[in-house]
Design a protein around this ligand. Structure first.
Ligand code: ADP
Length: 240
């Protein structure tokens, strides 16, 4: 069973002359443990694909299933619970809360979902340990480096029992060394059985993925089947 499946997903914004077809009949399956990178020019639909995959927005037509469960058959509350429990998001600007420590930032999604504070903190420290941040758990975001803040954001996205990790340019605000480190962490997280979808502009970073999906004008125009080196990705992009 796919961790994420998009079947003929289309998204239209606006009406009439102002209509924008952000996604056009997109088919995409991501298996547990698989990491897929999404590339494409600005406006090609990458962010729309991510927000629809994460049930933050509904498609105009087509079906999205997470863990084999079609989102369209869930109630609003069921979708909200799925977002809290099973789906992790990493945003470009990290979105850490300045008044909370690293451990509190990471445990917050579990606490909001009704996990006891004690159990949530244990899970948070575990996630921070997996990302090499055990000694930073009690630090506040402004006491952490950019790379450390990014790792806290990833820990928050994978804490508990997540099945799906969605990241929009997770390395966008980082230098190339830290960007590479972030992709290595996302890769390692997926090897633990989580399915990952990462939007990136950087072919070098995309080469960490099992598969690269190229979007253009809302359509998938190409996919690499095998892990490809950065050079071959650049060639593929230039050929279009
Ligand atoms: P990308 O992430 O590849 O830059 P997006 O998914 O953000 O592309 O956008 C795809 C298209 O949909 C663009 O033409 C964009 O202007 C349009 N779009 C995205 N979100 C909205 C929205 N909320 N309302 C109207 N148009 C939108």
């Amino acid at each position: 069973m796919s961790a994420l499946q998009l079947s003929r997903v289309s998204k239209v914004y606006g009406v009439g002359a102002g209509e924008v077809h952000a996604l056009r009949s997109v088919d995409l399956s991501v298996e547990p443990g698989e990491l897929v990178a999404v590339m494409g020019p600005s406006g090609s639909g990458k962010s729309t694909l991510l927000t629809i995959a994460g049930s933050l927005e509904e498609p105009t037509s087509g079906e999205v299933s997470v863990g084999g469960l079609p989102l369209s058959r869930m109630s609003r509350n069921e979708r909200a619970a799925l977002r809290r429990r099973a789906i992790g998001y990493v945003f470009q600007d990290f979105n850490l809360l300045a008044g909370l420590t690293a451990a509190e930032n990471v445990s917050l999604p579990l606490e909001l979902d009704g996990t006891s504070i004690k159990a949530a903190r244990v899970a948070a420290v575990d996630a921070l340990e997996r990302l090499g941040l055990a000694d930073r758990a009690q630090h506040f975001p402004d006491e952490l480096s950019g790379g450390e803040r990014q790792r806290v954001a990833i820990a928050r996205a994978v804490v508990g029992q997540r099945h799906l990790l969605l990241a929009d340019e997770p390395s966008g605000a980082l230098d190339s060394v830290n960007g590479e480190a972030v992709m290595r962490l996302v890769r390692a997280t997926c090897q633990g059985g989580v399915a990952g979808v990462v939007v990136t502009h950087d072919a070098q970073l995309a080469s960490w993925a099992d598969r690269v999906v190229f979007l253009r004008d809302g359509r998938i125009v190409d996919q690499t089947a095998e892990p490809a080196g950065p050079e071959s990705l650049l060639e593929a992009d230039a050929a279009r």
